[in-house]
Design a protein around this ligand. Structure first.
Ligand code: AMP
Ligand code: MG
Length: 397
């Protein structure tokens, strides 16, 4: 009996099997949810000039405390265009370009004006440069603004457009072939009164789980526990970048996935992972495809997909850091000491922090469905108490 493989080691071995997908160039509006294939530099400066941060009057600080003669106006997109001289001022609005010569803005509320003359009524600016957004204060032309491997979300798309870009060079989405296996499985809603039947929930649930990731899934449906049927589906699936099987990963008489993969020419690493749920996990390659065999129990399938498949997709999709990203949280209840496996408890937020839900067996779907987070407990950990800090993984899908 081989020793159980720690989760981090297993993930490292899996990710080492995977190569990044090729690059493609997308219109920036279509690049949401992708990872940058190349570093991005700013093609312009932001702000592109000294701009006013307030409505008021642009002055030379040296002319304080005024009064000033109003010689024109500068509005956003419509600069004044001439120079401000001694004791002169320009009516200015938020976002408008500071006129040549002026260095400071008097806030409108601190002034009194008849249209031709402005005098200070309030405190006024304490130093030169007040209420001015300096040229390049956000970024300057040529600045490195995002490294390769950055995840593009709404805010980074905004940043790239502000930096003058209209497209993004990202990694392509890996193609994933999904195969559910088991003689007992039936399509959603079918044979609900047959006690020999289990609805095949994991496949559609996994597709929903991965919906936020850049991956192209082809669902090969339910395949019987039959070597010939498995051989056929593997033949169709092998052009994918990733082949995911669900169920049949163990070594029981009806667990034929491994056998079928070997017969198809796959190089297989059968792992027993030091984790709960999700001990039986299979990984390997079939041609250029990375194969990941998930266990069939719903909580095991979900947790192993979270800890192994999502990072695999992220690595292939170009992520600098494929995750998973655990964060600290306060524990609201007691947890018993752990054994020789890491534990990933399905949990939720309560007033005092996080707590595990009732029903942690890997076959139980209800606690999985109610879970807002996974609580990670390392192997051989001692009892944990309320107020202790532990690591969690927030669940959004
Ligand atoms: P297996 O890994 O094939 O031994 O399956 C372990 C348990 O998970 C069995 O009770 C199966 O009925 C169940 N199971 C396997 N595949 C699925 C699936 N696609 N959806 C829901 N349950 C499944
Ligand atoms: Mg099975």
């Amino acid at each position: 009996m081989t020793a159980l493989l720690p989760v981090d080691d297993a993930r490292e071995r899996l990710l080492s099997l995977a190569a990044q997908c090729d690059e493609e160039t997308l219109a920036i509006g279509n690049a949401d949810g992708r990872w940058l294939a190349r570093p991005v530099r700013a093609r312009r400066s932001q702000p592109p000039a000294d701009l006013s941060a307030m409505d008021g009057y642009a002055i030379r600080f040296a002319d304080m405390p005024g009064p000033w003669r109003v010689i024109g106006e500068s509005a956003a997109g419509r600069p004044f265009g001439k120079t401000v001289g001694q004791k002169e001022t320009v009516r200015i609005f938020t976002g408008a370009q500071m006129p040549e010569g002026a260095d400071t803005v008097l806030v409108q509320e601190d002034t009194d004006s008849d249209g031709a003359q402005v005098r200070l009524t309030g405190e006024g600016p304490g130093e030169p440069g007040r209420h001015v957004r300096a040229l390049g204060g956000d970024f300057s032309k040529g600045d490195a603004i995002l490294p390769a491997g950055s995840f593009l979300n709404s805010r980074r798309i905004g940043l790239m457009i502000s930096a003058g870009h209209d497209d993004a060079v990202v990694r392509q989405r890996p193609k994933l072939a999904l195969i559910s296996t088991g003689d007992e499985l039936a399509l959603p809603g079918k044979a609900v009164d047959d006690p020999a039947v289990i609805p095949a929930s994991n496949g559609p649930a996994l597709i929903a789980q991965l919906a936020h990731l850049p991956v192209q899934i082809s669902d090969h449906g339910i395949v019987a526990d039959d070597l010939e049927a498995l051989a056929k589906v593997l033949e169709r699936a092998r052009k994918a970048d990733i082949i995911v099987t669900i169920g049949g990963a163990s070594v029981g008489d009806h667990d034929l996935v491994q056998k079928a993969l070997r017969a198809a020419g796959a190089r297989i690493d059968f792992w027993r992972i030091a984790m709960k749920p999700g001990k039986p996990l299979m990984a390997g390659t079939l041609g250029k495809a990375v194969v990941l065999g998930l266990p069939g129990n719903p909580a095991s399938a979900y947790v192993t997909a979270k800890l192994f498949l999502e990072p695999l997709i992220a690595k292939m999709g170009g992520a600098a850091d494929p995750g998973p990203a655990f964060v600290p949280a306060m524990l609201a209840s007691s947890l018993p000491a752990t054994g020789d496996r890491e534990e990933y408890l399905r949990g939720h937020w309560t007033d005092g922090g996080v707590s595990p839900l009732d029903g942690q067996q890997s076959s139980l779907i209800r606690a999985l469905a109610d879970a807002e987070l996974l609580i990670r407990r390392s192997a051989a950990a001692s009892e944990a108490r309320p107020g202790d800090h532990i690591e969690i993984l927030g669940l959004t899908s």
